[in-house]
Each structure stands twice: as structure tokens, then as C-alpha cells.
Design a protein around this ligand. Structure first.
Ligand code: CA
Length: 227
């Protein structure tokens, strides 16, 4: 799951980015409208947008319209703002934001609201993804076999999520890297293969009934283990 955070206050942005990573998401953090416009035009797509209103080059509300026009019509949007006047809240919701949080706020409150907007029908499929014995819960960010949680580091969870969201189809290396790394993250060559091989061992040890198949030179796909 990938979130775009547009916020120009460095301390708040750092705290939010940390909380979002801690929730096992990928975060693209940008500080201006112009950078965010560019990111929204990329084909990668976002699962949620967190937008500050007072940005150095304008009102973050203008990004909502762009997001709705660039093929991310249903993406949940939460506005973060120092403006807490009723008028500003109504304006934000009128422009198509899903929620509005006034600064200062507790990071935990924002995370709770994020989960709430993601849970709304038509945003993210709240039903867990299933294959073999494996159940992947997008909202709770966990993979289970039966009742047992398969614990894994964030990046392996993100690889598994990307494969499960396109189960049975080949996911190209570049798509997997995009699913795992945020803008500005350092991507080391072969890191992806290392995540995949650890994930394979973990799934096998958990008797998940799925296997990650290598499509040489292209990418990977997840499929049910053949009996
Ligand atoms: Ca600001």
C-alpha cells in the first residue's frame, strides 16, 4: 500500500512518515504542490493521499481535483491543516476530500482516520486476499495461515502484498520495486531478490500453500503450490 504525503513542515512530515512506515506502508513524502502534481501523474497510483493545505506554492486542496482527474478517482484523501474554521472544513469536503484533520493533531488520530477512510466501500477491498492457505489482510497489514500470524519485515510484507494483489499474474521487477520503495529511498541492486528469497522460505515454513515463481528476466508471480 502506498501513501502520498504532501507536507512542508519537516518535523511533522518526519513523524507522519515514521508512523506510516510503522504501519507497513510505503510513503512518498513531498513538500510542494508542483512535486506532488508530478507524482500524481505517474502511473504508479496511490492508496491514499494526505495533503497539507498551506503549502509553499499554494493550497493543497487543488491537488484533490488533480487526483480525481488523473485516474485516481476513488483514492481516499485526508486534508491536514491549521485552518480549523467551519468554512475551511466545508470547503475541503466540497472539493472532494474524504476527511479533514486540524493541526495540531495526534499522529495516532490521523492513523485511525486513515484506516477509517480506507475501510469505506469502494476504496480498498476490505476483504482479505486469499491463496492456498494464505490470507493477506490489506487493512490490518498482516499475513496469516489459519490463525497464525506470519511475522515479516515491512519490505517482505510489501512484496507479498504486491504479488497477492496481482495473484496468478507476473509482476515485473520494476513494479515490485515501486511497491516496496518510496521516492528517494535507496534501491540496492539484488535487494529485491533477497526479499523474495527470504519471503519464500517464510511462506514455506508457514505451510502457506503458495509459491513464488521466478519469471526469468521479467519478474515474479505467486501461485498456489501444486499438490
Ligand atoms: Ca504547511
Amino acid at each position: 500500500m502506498r501513501v502520498l504525503l504532501v507536507e512542508d513542515e519537516p518535523e511533522l512530515a518526519a513523524a507522519l512518515s515514521a508512523a506510516l512506515r510503522n504501519y507497513d506502508l510505503v510513503v512518498d513524502h513531498l513538500s510542494t504542490i508542483s512535486d506532488a502534481e508530478e507524482a500524481l501523474r505517474l502511473p504508479r497510483g496511490y492508496d491514499a493521499l494526505l495533503l497539507d493545505r498551506s503549502l509553499p506554492d499554494g493550497d493543497g486542496l487543488t491537488l484533490v481535483k488533480l487526483a480525481r482527474e488523473t485516474g485516481q478517482g476513488g483514492v481516499p484523501v485526508i486534508m491536514l491543516t491549521a485552518r480549523s474554521e467551519l468554512h475551511d472544513r466545508i470547503e475541503g469536503l466540497d472539493e472532494g476530500a474524504d476527511d479533514y484533520i486540524a493541526k495540531p493533531f495526534a499522529v495516532e488520530e490521523l492513523m485511525a482516520r486513515l484506516r477509517a477512510v480506507l475501510r469505506r466501500p469502494g476504496t480498498l477491498d476490505a476483504k482479505p486476499l486469499r491463496m492456498g492457505e494464505l490470507r493477506f489482510d490489506l487493512l490490518n497489514r498482516e499475513a496469516r495461515v489459519g490463525e497464525s500470524l506470519i511475522e515479516m519485515p515491512r519490505r517482505e510484507l510489501l512484496v507479498l502484498e504486491a504479488l497477492m494483489r496481482r495473484a496468478g499474474r507476473t509482476v515485473e521487477r520494476s513494479s515490485l520495486e515501486e511497491a516496496v520503495y518510496g521516492l528517494g529511498d535507496d534501491i540496492q541492486s539484488n535487494a529485491l531478490d533477497a526479499h523474495v528469497s527470504r519471503l519464500r522460505r517464510r511462506l514455506e515454513a508457514a505451510a502457506a500453500g503458495v509459491e513464488i515463481h521466478t519469471i526469468r528476466g521479467i519478474g515474479y508471480l505467486i501461485r498456489q503450490t501444486r499438490a
